[in-house]
Ligand binder design. Structure first.
Ligand code: NIG
Ligand code: FE
Length: 400
């Protein structure tokens, strides 16, 4: 079965090579077509529908079904390449304390660990499903989900197993922090042994990625050598690498991610010139998480500095109970534009093709023939309304 989606006022493909793209500076790099149509085909139980044809609406071929978007804009579905959706418990009071001046240090993770361990599988499933639905309702079509609130073998394995029920982009983050019940003398080393041994073995079958919170300035997170050990153990277990780095202070996270060939280093809030240089000469994406700076009152990362140096940049939500309980990629785009020096076009690309690059995926993030038909429709004639009409729920993942 094929479907024609026509009367698209603006179709942002994020494919710079597409024929007929408008050549206006505002839309630079977006491969944007006006008055466009798409034909998609396939789908069903096992396979996602794919894009078969893209072009001017007036030249669209016939299809089994047709829908008119009546002039609305369409963008690639957002690729949210960083989230922590497997958790229970409420930390809104911690947010309130931060807004009154208490700094963030990762200590609140312990609260989420306790609540997550206490939840049943079905309670966690329901929480994850609500959060994924919330994301789709705001235009996200791919989400990466990390574990990291189990922090023992059984609850980490359960977290990646439940995440795997809703996405193929599952990340093992047993090295989120040293859990509260392991913070006594010697407990830290024993916990690292557990993470790098039994825990990785139990989680690897469900995960694609391994991640570590590399932040020597936090008493709960991991230093450079500890992080290296976790990443190398993950790689030996067949996992690909991602890193939480340079969130709270300058540190070894970025350089370690580059050295080990991680797909992405996320946060990048405090960077030295050497960090920027290392990223620029690498295949590691810098994933910026502006919702975190918004919700922790930290300074925003300098996206302009990274882009001007030639670094590949993605933006993601980091949706989690501590530093940013927002699942909204449109908000992240607006913050990136308003607070991080990105143009609207750069921010949109970072949230789509940038996210795909951070996940090393070539089948999503752009609208191209042969790619998955992951699309988001906007209740407006221009995609620019995403950052322009901040806070207004205009974007939805299309059900095709
Ligand atoms: O990405 N920094 C580490 N982990 C999360 C926050 C986790 C939490 O506070 O619950 C982050 O910001
Ligand atoms: Fe995170």
């Amino acid at each position: 079965m094929s479907m024609l989606i026509t009367d698209i006022g603006e179709l942002v493909t994020c494919d710079e090579t597409i024929d007929g793209a408008v050549e206006e500076p505002l839309h630079a790099g977006l491969g944007m077509l006006r008055d466009a149509a798409i034909v998609i085909a396939g789908g069903g139980e096992d396979a996602a529908p794919v894009i078969e044809w893209i072009g001017p609406a007036a030249q669209a071929p016939a299809a089994d079904w047709a829908i008119s978007l009546e002039g609305r804009a369409v963008v690639p579905g957002f690729v949210d390449s960083h989230s922590h959706l497997v958790f229970a418990g409420d930390r809104s009071s911690e947010f309130a304390a931060r807004m009154s001046g208490t700094p963030y240090d990762g200590g609140g993770i312990a609260f989420s660990v306790e609540a997550t361990r206490a939840a049943t599988d079905d309670e966690l499933r329901t929480l994850i499903a609500h959060r994924v639905a919330e994301m789709r309702a705001q235009g996200t079509t791919t989400v990466e989900i990390k574990s990291g609130y189990g922090l023992n073998v059984q609850d980490e394995a359960r977290s990646v197993r439940l995440a795997r029920e809703v996405t193929s982009e599952v990340t093992f983050l047993g090295a989120h922090v040293v859990p509260p019940d392991r913070r006594d003398e010697g407990g830290r080393a024993a916990y690292l042994d557990l993470v790098c041994g039994e825990m990785i073995q139990a989680c690897a079958p469900y995960a694609r990625w391994v991640d570590v919170f590399c932040e020597p300035s936090s008493p709960f997170a991991f230093d450079g050598e500890e992080s290296r050990r976790v990443l190398e153990a993950g790689r030996a277990a067949g996992l690909e690498l991602r890193v939480h780095g340079n969130q709270l202070s300058e540190g070894p996270g970025v350089q370690l991610a580059v050295e080990l060939g991680a797909a992405s280093v996320d946060h990048c809030t405090f960077l030295t010139d050497a960090d920027v240089e290392a990223l620029a000469g690498s295949k590691t994406v810098a994933t910026l998480l502006p919702g975190v700076e918004f919700s922790t009152r930290q300074p925003y990362p300098d996206a302009r500095r990274l882009l001007d140096a030639g670094v590949a940049v993605a933006i993601a939500s980091d949706c989690n109970p501590g530093t940013c309980y927002s699942s909204s990629m449109p908000l992240m785009i607006a913050l990136a534009v308003r607070e991080m020096g990105m143009t609207p076009a750069e921010a949109l690309r970072a949230a789509t093709s940038g996210g795909a690059q951070a996940l090393r995926r070539t089948d999503i993030g752009t609208v191209r023939v042969g790619q998955r038909a992951d699309l988001a429709a906007i209740e407006a004639a221009s995609w620019l309304h995403i950052p322009y009409r901040v806070g207004v729920p205009l974007v939805r993942a299309m059900e095709v």
